[in-house]
Design a protein around this ligand. Structure first.
Ligand SMILES: *[C@@H]1O[C@H](CO)[C@@H](O)[C@H](O)[C@H]1NC(C)=O
Length: 439
């Protein structure tokens, strides 16, 4: 075959692979390599009369500085948000494979007030346009919210050079990244009485005072301030004694919160609120308390005599939350067979312990027959805190009721002996009464 056929074929295949991502090669490269991220630009509009909110989503690109790109995605008419070089190091916080990142850009409304930000030139009384870019790791490693501003001055300037800006009908926004907040995993599970670190970091493009608050929203409950930090006084004000922030770390952009010996009532959504000037960066971390159950049986080995009745009890204790499941299984005699689920099993209702955890027991009545000898019964407990179910087993030994038989035989013999004695005595009486009287 001609070598050009190979080349053509290869190009065809490659372009097919690369097309999948908005027609641009991004697969497998990190954000810092490609410097471009596929995003959704979400705008909302209120429908008149019904006052419903309608969301409009458009494909967009988030580009870090305009040039150079490995492959400039200018061919399509997707909206481009081009972030100028600034002292805010976005990449430091989101450096991951771009196919592991989800990105959404929204407008950030400032209530028709001008936010005065150092380094951002405004044009007369025209308002700057603010946006937020939210970049999420698909496996929930982190979430970053970046505040982006298009100054009214640069907006004016760009409109004056249309040949550079508006090629075709594509839209370009030249923005500065000025402030970001980053949280670690958005869901944290912890056992009871453990210490939990809620990760939150921030970065601002200039040196300034920040205010930090951690606010807990419990399920169906009210919002509760846990701790507040004031940048101007550098003081941390604790509302919960078990909470701790690290003032020296805060100065380095680390707003993490340590919660000591967590209890069930600490579960909920923790918002890390970082304010700089009039911007409020807010991100939440869900804390879930999960406690593993303890599983105990009322015996390890059970020795029964044929005909005995015995209650096999499986106690499932101190777990959280409520949804644990327990099953009694009869293990198969031969390997490779499936266990048999025991029928007629009863369960007590869940009782709540003083620490808020739950307990219950599940049991059945075993009427021992010789067939049960050597059987293994397993209590299998599953709960969301467990990667695999807990299994506790006991072996049943059943012996023939020999002693009972002997007892019956003995009883029978005794009865027989008794009868004999009575009969003999009676005979003796009769005999003696039949004797001729000596007078
Ligand atoms: C923030 O500070 C805490 C406490 O010193 C530390 O454990 C944590 O690793 C820090 N986080 C980062 C991202 O440096």
């Amino acid at each position: 075959m001609n070598v050009w056929v190979y080349v053509a074929l290869c190009c065809f295949l490659c372009s097919g692979i690369l097309k999948q991502h908005h027609g641009v090669a991004t697969a497998g490269s990190t954000f810092s390599q490609s410097r471009q991220l596929s995003c959704l630009f979400e705008t909302s509009e209120t429908i008149l009369l019904s006052s419903e909110i309608k969301y409009i989503r458009q494909n967009a690109w988030l580009l870090l500085s305009e040039r150079p790109y490995p492959e400039n995605p200018s061919a399509d008419d997707t909206i481009k948000f081009i972030i100028r070089e600034s002292s805010l190091d976005i990449l430091q916080h989101v450096n991951e494979d771009t196919d592991k990142l989800e990105c959404k850009i929204s407008r950030y409304f400032t209530d028709n007030t001008q936010i005065l930000w150092p380094g951002i030139q405004t044009q007369g009384d025209k308002l700057d346009s603010w946006f937020t870019g939210t970049i999420k790791h698909v496996a929930d490693k982190f979430t970053v919210t970046v505040f982006l501003v298009q100054s009214s001055a640069s907006r004016e300037a760009e409109n004056r050079i249309p040949e550079e800006v508006s090629q075709g009908n594509e839209e370009r926004f030249y923005l500065s990244g000025v402030f970001l907040v980053r949280t670690g995993p958005s869901l944290i599970q912890s056992g009871l009485k453990k210490d939990v670190l809620l990760n939150c970091a921030f970065s601002v493009d200039h040196h300034t005072d920040v205010t930090i608050q951690w606010v807990l929203q419990q399920k169906g409950g009210q919002k509760k301030l846990i701790v507040a930090y004031s940048g101007s006084t550098r003081q941390v004000d604790y509302k919960d004694k078990r909470a701790e922030m690290f003032p020296a770390e805060i100065l380095k952009g680390n707003a993490s919160l340590l919660l000591r010996t967590v209890e069930i009532r600490d579960a909920g959504s923790y918002a890390c609120l970082v304010s700089v000037s009039a911007l409020l960066g807010a991100q939440s971390i869900q804390l879930e308390i999960v406690e593993k159950p303890t599983v105990t049986l009322n015996a390890d080995v059970l020795s029964l005599v044929e005909g005995d009745e015995h209650k096999l009890i499986c106690d499932v204790g101190h777990f959280y939350p409520h949804d644990a499941e327990a099953q009694w299984l009869l293990e198969p005699q031969k390997p490779g067979m499936l266990p048999h689920v025991v029928n007629h099993v009863l369960s007590s209702s869940h009782r709540q312990n003083s620490d808020g955890t739950y307990s219950f027991s599940t049991y059945f009545l075993l009427k021992a027959s010789l067939r049960d000898n050597g059987c293994r019964y397993t209590c299998r407990v599953d709960h969301r805190s467990l990667k695999q179910p807990i299994r506790k087993s006991l072996t049943v030994q059943v012996t023939e009721s020999t002693s009972a038989t002997w007892l019956l035989v003995l009883l029978f013999l005794l009865l027989l002996a008794g009868c004999l004695v009575v009969t003999l005595y009676y005979l003796h009486q009769v005999m003696s009464s039949n004797k001729p009287k000596p007078y």
